[in-house]
Design a protein around this ligand. Structure first.
Ligand SMILES: N[C@@H](Cc1c[nH]c[nH+]1)C(=O)O
Length: 375
């Protein structure tokens, strides 16, 4: 009988072969270097931890997306990390509780979820990001957006665009200017998410209809949002968005979709999604949020941050021709010369036998009389 399962990977999981792995390393390094250059210090977190500590750090985290199982040692429920931001929140609230604020941390690692996101079947993704802990001000949010753009550009993306949103807009409006019954709030949110104008009216959210039209290029959409907000409930948020937009002007194309919530589980007054030309789907998101714990009392500690999910960018970059400079070392070559060549940046591939074919092995040059000769 054939063991068909042996060579298969579960749905949504995959290997990276050398070309993709090389690009992935480069993307990770260049993006993290951009974050480090702005004072974000690297932290590393475990891939598994207690479910409770991950799920309770921020309001709105969805545990049902996480792989969970019982630890045979502690007999407690563990979860595989689905978002490193929550772990950075734990570090900020515990190990680095006494560190000076604002605290700037960055991270990179694989994250997994039980189900892919929308049409994307991938269940494991590379996540890279930065968190600015101690403030969720406009200045903090603007710094985060600027660094997200810079990190993505450093990683090789171009034609970057950023879509701003107000994750808690329904809460803000329903608490004040446009009251909704507690039972209506979820339906109104869902209809806004679905951009379903008819459904929004049926759900009793007619007054929220203008939110569906305050979308598109930032300048015109923000004007529409301001016109809709005649009670001034959103005035602070609108001024904040304008300030952030002015800071990133010229670095990315800006759009606004004030009721967009896809992927925003715990962000508060400000959120954004980031895209690049030639790459389908989004490449990351971020925003302001609160870290629950002792710091900041009941409301938690304010923070802002972003996470990039660069896998689709890695695919695109890895499909472009790479300039490989590899030097073939024939049998009997001078080992000292080879070492000197590596010292000046060559990658060398040494022949093991007579039959080794430099071209088939991906070499661009061959060592002859101490010189690299093009093949
Ligand atoms: N970790 C969030 C993005 C984020 C980082 N910091 C704040 N928000 C996500 O992946 O959706």
């Amino acid at each position: 009988m054939q063991d068909t399962d042996r060579d298969l990977l579960p749905e949504g999981l995959g290997d990276r072969l050398p070309q993709q792995a090389a690009v992935s390393q480069r993307v990770r390094r260049t993006a993290l270097d951009a974050m480090a250059s702005h004072g974000y210090e690297r932290v590393e977190t475990p891939t598994i931890e207690f479910e409770k500590s991950m799920a309770s750090r921020m309001a709105g985290v969805q545990v049902r997306r996480m792989f969970r199982f019982v630890d045979p040692v502690s007999l407690r429920t563990l979860a595989l990390r689905s978002d490193i931001t929550m772990q950075v929140g734990r570090i900020a609230a515990t190990g680095l509780a006494a560190a000076a604020r604002p605290l700037r941390l960055c991270y990179a690692g694989q994250v997994v979820t039980i189900k892919g996101d929308g049409l994307d079947p991938a269940r494991e993704r590379l996540q890279l990001g930065a968190e600015l802990i101690g403030s969720d001000s406009v200045a903090a949010a603007a710094e985060i957006v600027e660094i997200a753009i810079e990190a993505l550009r450093a990683a090789g993306a171009s034609g970057i665009s950023v879509d701003f949103t107000l994750p808690d807009v329904v809460d803000a409006l329903s608490a004040d200017a446009l009251p909704l019954a507690a039972s209506q709030i979820e339906a109104v949110r869902q209809m806004l998410d679905a951009k379903d104008a008819g459904g929004l009216v049926d759900a009793g959210g007619e007054a929220y209809l203008p939110l569906l039209y305050a979308v598109g290029p930032f300048e015109t959409a923000i004007e529409r949002l301001a016109a809709f907000d005649n009670a001034g409930v959103l005035a602070g948020r609108i001024a904040g968005l304008r300030e952030i937009a002015a800071r990133v002007d010229g670095k990315a194309r800006l759009t606004l979709d004030p009721s967009e919530r896809h992927g925003f589980e715990y962000q508060s007054w400000f959120g954004f999604t980031i895209y690049a030309e030639g790459v389908s789907g989004s490449l990351g998101r971020g925003g302001t949020y609160r870290i629950l714990g002792q710091l900041g009392g009941q409301d938690g500690e304010p923070a802002a941050g972003f996470s990039l999910y660069p896998d689709p960018l890695i695919e695109v970059l890895a499909s472009e021709p790479q300039d490989t400079k590899k030097l073939f070392l024939p049998l009997g070559h001078d080992a000292r010369v080879a070492e000197q060549q590596r010292a000046v940046g060559w990658t060398t591939v040494a022949a093991l036998g007579e039959k080794d074919d430099p071209i088939a092995l991906g070499c661009s040059h061959r060592l002859e009389n101490g010189e690299a000769v093009p093949l």
